[in-house]
Design a protein around this ligand. Sequence first.
Ligand code: F6R
Length: 608
Amino acid sequence: MCGIVGYIGNKNATDIIYDGLKKLEYRGYDSAGIAVIDHNIVKTNRSTGKLVNLKANLEKNPIAGNIGIGHTRWATHGKPSEENAHPHTDCSGKIVVVHNGIIENYISLKKQLVEEGHKFDSETDTEVVAHLIEKNYHGNILEATKKALKQVRGTYALAVICGEEPDKIIVSRNDAPLVIGVGENENFIASDVPALLAYVRDVIFLENGDICEITKNGVKITNQDKLIERKTQKILWNAIQAEKGGYKHFMLKEIYEQPQSIQDTFRGRVFSDQKQILLEIKNITKEVLNKISRIYIIACGTSYHAGLTAKFLLEEFVQIPTEVDIASEFRYRNQVLDKNSLAIFISQSGETADTLVALRLAKQKGAKTLAICNVIGSSISRDADDVVYTHCGPEIGVASTKAFTGQVMALLLLVFDFAVKKGTITEEQLDNYIKQIWNLPSKVSECLKQADKIEKIAKIFSQTKQFIYLARNINYPIALEGALKLKEISYIYAEGYAAGEMKHGPIALIDENMPVMVIATKSRIYEKIISNIQEAKARGANIIAIVNENDTAVTKLSDYQIVVPEVDEIFSPIINVIPLQLFAYYVSTMRGCDVDQPRNLAKSVTVE
Ligand code: F6R
């Protein structure tokens, strides 16, 4: 995810900013840049790739000043390139901006600014902010930024400097973190604490809507035009703790990031006041979709499980037969795709070798192709005809968590987009679903509040040797995913089954030594799952059930319950997977396993 660092004081800003950006490298990025003010002149240096490239550029073209801002970019709008790297400037080159987040209404803002004569150099959403500030600039950069931000919709952590006012940095945030490091005769800004630790321990965490003017001797914070005070806190974390945002492991941090990462996936694509889905799909038009007779979804591991949820949704809402395949199996079969097939490839990394080969095979057969990816510019995203990014930010823990919920969210949006194109969803239904999408982040936050209870249950089962996960219908893939999480990070043998399939064999495994985790939230097959629980209970299994508030039937039958908020069943995979991620996490830590780097596993499987 992008990183921001800024400095104002008496030292060389370039060195401090470069050093701060280095501390944010672990977050992942594809380009970087720094801008400083030198005698009222803004000087910028940017480069693609890693920070060593920026360093080489800086050695060739040094820039120096006592005030500056820098950025590492994880591409969202526009490919990774020097033009798209931050900082971005206005037409005059005097106003410079770095930004984390997404400006949702940038297309309409850009159109208007271009009509007014502004010249754009990049494909980014960020550049509109520089030009909007320029449009409102009459000698006061703070006021111009405030006015500009009134027109901006989206998420942002933003830093602005202006050649004509070399004594201040303006910063603001909305739903993206920003922290001020308070020093003596110097101040710092950063998107994340690790960038500051070498210089300051006193920090101010900004809140949504804060707009601040930072000089070397002071910090003035306003919110809704009122001057306010925010308390200064002392950071006692060491560098490693800081990278993990204070969490013990990246996996836990990423589990807790999900309310935000899910929102990042749907923001800018659905609007609470408009009944439409805005996805960046160019090739699968209404006409093309009407000719599609079969959809194939191809992926590996956790991404495959996300694909299984989409089969349910596509057949339900778009009414096109859908098959889901493991990429390593698909590639060695006779692929019966043709020009009337749509093949969807799901991959967090966008580099998984089997998925990439499967994509190329599907293309050779003439199928239309679409990728769901998290990493911008990755091989799969480049090769597919269309790509829908999940915008979850880098996932560092090897076990996929936030990328999975991002994939399910992106697939939901895709299904609604297709349903609109096919005319298989009414405006009223879509409106209702869009409202529910906006409520999902807070529902995920509610699930996270169950962590203590889940930890207690994990303690009871941490030394078990085996586990069965049961669910049905759209939650069957969540049983598979829950079992995969447990095996990969705690090395306990775990298997996910479609609950109705139990009596055809696996039930023979059930006795008092086989704990059963069952997803039993409200759905069209709630009654059926109760019967399946009864079958397991009758054979002595210990049952842990994921249930909704006010559940009585399953609660009576099961030994332990994890309560999650009720949502429409099409959104339930996003909710129900959260306790399973947490359960696997706690079991793994209790067994002393390496949560973030489980044995034998790699984050990106680029070999067959
Ligand atoms: C499990 C996990 C893996 C990946 C799989 C595919 O937690 O992370 O199963 O889902 O290796 O990777 P991507 O999505 O990068 O293609």
